[in-house]
Design a protein around this ligand. Structure first.
Ligand code: ADP
Ligand code: MG
Length: 304
């Protein structure tokens, strides 16, 4: 019975835009005509993907945000989520904060919670599946980067990793409450040639684009967008945070010079910065002041 009272108390709200939401064996959605379903899932494990003392509200927000970021990275519009929750015990304080954080993110991006599963398990684990829509054939894959395309990143990078190393710093907001770049992702439909969201570090995630597109790239180290608190660090440290820090959930995309001008005219709600260029070489190289600048960087390893 406890399972059902948890669902009724914390995870059941009337939702518009869906044919049938929480409460039946499955949810029902009507696909918009001529659109493809975009779907992804991400799991957060306590102590692994967030510090154990992270506020339940932040955990709720983040578990939705990281999935909306993946939908955004395809250029798609998010519509709904499913939530699989494994809880060590029933803690009403925790459930209240968690569900409020989850719905705060859902509301901000106009996404409905349409179903899920609730179980008991020794480890707190949260799996969210997100669904969205995109016009047939319009999704932006990792594989479309072309030689001479610009490489662009939204917002600033390295903040979340810096915050993880300095818990209590104001930048912890960026670690706990990442902003999925939903609007930018959709604007880039028809403009960007490839795209990925930065979850495991910019260099590693850009590496996925390079591999999928069979191209290389040069990164201009002096152009990396880092926020003010990081600028007090040595350049070498700034680059490490910017290139290898995970959890930023910014968008990294490739785009022709011409389409980048079009993007700027559309005035996206987040800054975008040109950080490099696609070339025919193999892998990633770095430049500082127009000169080669060899650098060794690491990305987040899920099984390290
Ligand atoms: P079933 O036994 O048919 O799988 P459940 O009893 O697990 O159904 O769930 C009952 C309803 O509550 C379903 O509609 C399911 O999608 C929803 N649900 C279960 N857990 C959650 C949750 N954590 N968040 C949102 N909806 C949930
Ligand atoms: Mg079930």
């Amino acid at each position: 019975m406890a399972e059902f009272s948890i669902i009724d108390t914390y995870f059941k709200r009337p939702s518009t835009d869906v044919d049938l939401g929480v409460g039946d064996d499955s949810a029902l959605l009507s696909p918009p005509p001529q659109q493809q379903l975009v779907i992804c899932t991400d799991t957060l494990v306590a102590g692994r993907h967030f510090p154990l003392d992270t506020s339940p509200h932040a955990i709720g927000w983040k578990s939705v945000a990281v999935n909306l970021s993946d939908i955004a990275a395809m250029g798609a519009k998010p519509q709904s989520i499913l939530l699989a929750l494994s809880l060590p015990q029933i803690d009403h304080e925790w459930l209240k904060g968690f569900s409020q954080g989850l719905y705060a993110c859902c509301d901000q991006f106009r996404v409905a919670l349409i179903g899920g599963d609730t179980t008991q398990s020794p480890h707190l684990t949260i799996s969210v599946t997100a669904l969205g829509w995109i016009e047939n054939g319009q999704a932006i894959p990792r594989s479309g980067a072309q030689v001479d395309d610009l490489i662009v990143v939204s917002g600033t990078v390295g903040d979340a990793a810096f915050a993880l190393a300095h818990l209590g710093h104001p930048l912890q907001q960026r670690l706990d409450y990442p902003t999925p770049r939903c609007e930018l992702g959709q604007i880039l439909k028809g403009l960007a040639s490839s795209m990925i969201d930065v979850s495991d570090g910019l260099a590693q995630d850009l590496g996925h684009i390079l591999k999928a597109s069979a191209v290389g790239a040069v990164i201009y180290l002096d152009q990396l967008p880092v926020s003010e608190p990081l600028r007090h660090l040595t350049l070498e440290k700034q680059w490490q945070y910017a290139l290898s820090g995970g959890d930023d959930y910014e968008l990294c995309f490739t785009i022709s010079q011409q389409n980048y001008q079009k993007l700027l005219q559309l005035q996206p709600n987040v800054q975008t910065t040109i950080i490099g260029k696609i070339n025919i070489q193999h892998g990633l190289t770095f430049e500082k002041d127009g000169l080669d600048h060899p650098l060794h960087i690491h990305g987040y390893q899920h099984f390290a």
